[in-house]
Design a protein around this ligand. Structure first.
Ligand code: AMP
Ligand code: MG
Length: 400
């Protein structure tokens, strides 16, 4: 099997599965979820012209006054029943509705009240309509505000509330089973005898999955034993995604493919034209999507960010599941690449990216002080100081 280019592998992976079922959630539970339908405004915002300042509602034609004060209008009240007569004004507060006929606000700093007579002392408003929020100037009832597939963050949740929604249709959160393979692994935090290694991929993948909107339903260490791994796979087949780390190469102890086969799963593709992370396995297991990540911690991080997280976002209903690179100059020199794309750990500050010297795919310290991956395509020429390269920062990768 030849090596698949990264973008082709991502496209094939996402084409394998449709977004999960739609469920209705309250705004309190909506953060990080993706809209299953467009967000439609149920009301005009504002519903009527409102004042944007504390001041006096006037007819622009009456400026510079003076005016006779009629009364007060606070936020939450209805507009006065009678229209504003020429030469009169209402004291008005931020968010309060304008009387009919008023079209401009004179801010309170610009006037002096002399009993019921209001005189302008400052410059006054710069034009008609100043400090007035027109009806539906933010959005109008029936307007489509956000497309389906939008990820709901704090601003989108606020918008939904203003648009009249208390709950929203979103896609279910993908349920993920994490199986870390390797006889050498022991649980983090337990004493580590010679020959053993604290397992780091499970904790890392859990953090990545949960931030991307997935739910970890199980996280286990599984020894390199065909029967045990097969049984673990069989038990995980009800998940939406089964992700493994390690055991994905061709060594005698690399049992993920044979165990997947023994558990009744299938492999769609295997091996990606990338460094780190070549031995990635994509397939299915029961109703679950199966992703086998390499065991080296940095390889698991990079392939997790480029394949597992996009799959989670896609199942969760995102219309933009893939990380988005930007183009920035490098402060360093990079050799040409060959038949594999390279994802180079780097630090980016002030729009300039610096490749880290130590690029071992097991070097987690270097990866943990990096904040970006430089993407070097297949057969890229050498890059020199000041050249522009493609960079994925930690935020777009889901590694923050
Ligand atoms: P493997 O792909 O199973 O050959 O593993 C490649 C390397 O990654 C080996 O050095 C493993 O010890 C290491 N490794 C595998 N799984 C983990 C894990 N969960 N945490 C840390 N290192 C791991
Ligand atoms: Mg192993």
């Amino acid at each position: 099997m030849s090596l698949l280019p990264v973008d082709e592998a991502q496209a094939r992976l996402l084409a394998r599965a449709a977004p999960l079922a739609i469920e209705q959630v309250s705004l309190a539970e909506a953060a990080g979820r993706c809209l299953a339908e467009p967000l439609i405004a149920k009301r005009d915002q504002p519903w009527t012209p409102l004042s944007a300042m504390d001041g006096y509602a006037v007819r622009h034609a009456d400026i510079p006054g003076p005016w006779t004060l009629i009364g007060e209008i606070a936020a939450g009240s209805l507009p006065p029943e009678t229209p504003l007569a020429p030469g009169t004004t209402w004291r008005i507060f931020t968010g309060a509705p304008l009387p009919a006929g008023a079209d401009t606000i004179v801010v309170q700093e610009d006037v002096e009240a002399d009993g019921p007579v209001i005189r302008m002392t400052g410059d006054g408003p710069s034009g008609q309509g100043r400090h007035v929020r027109q009806r539906a100037s933010d959005f109008a009832q029936g307007q489509s505000l956000l497309p389906a597939g939008t990820r709901l963050g704090p601003p989108q949740i606020a918008l939904a509330a203003l648009a009249g929604h208390g709950d929203l249709p979103v896609r279910a959160r993908p349920r993920v089973a994490i199986l870390s393979t390797g006889d050498e692994l022991i649980a983090p935090g337990t004493p580590c005898p010679p020959g053993r290694l604290p397992a780091s991929n499970g904790a890392m993948l859990r953090a990545m999955i949960e931030r991307a909107g997935g739910i970890v339903i199980t996280e286990q260490l599984v020894p390199d034993d065909l029967d045990t791994l097969t049984a673990a796979f069989a038990a995980a087949r009800d998940a939406d995604i089964v992700v493994t780390s390690g055991g994905a190469s061709v060594g005698d102890h690399d049992l993920v493919r044979p165990a997947l086969d023994a558990a009744g799963g299938t492999i769609d593709f295997w091996k990606i034209a990338m460094r780190p992370g070549k031995p990635l396995i994509v397939g299915s297991l029961g109703q679950a999507q199966f992703i086998g990540l390499p065991g080296n911690p940095v390889s698991a991080m990079v392939t997790g960010a480029l394949f597992l997280l996009p799959l989670i976002r896609h199942l969760a209903g995102s219309s933009r599941p893939l990380p988005i690179p930007r183009t920035v100059p490098i402060d360093g020199a990079m050799p040409p690449t060959g038949k594999r794309a390279e994802f180079v750990r780097a630090t980016m500050t002030d729009g300039v990216v610096t490749p880290l010297a130590f690029q071992d795919s097991a070097a987690m310290h270097a990866a943990a002080i990096a904040n970006a991956l430089i993407y070097r395509p297949i057969n890229a020429e050498a890059a020199d100081y000041g050249d522009f390269v493609s960079v994925y920062d930690w935020a777009t990768l889901g590694l923050e």
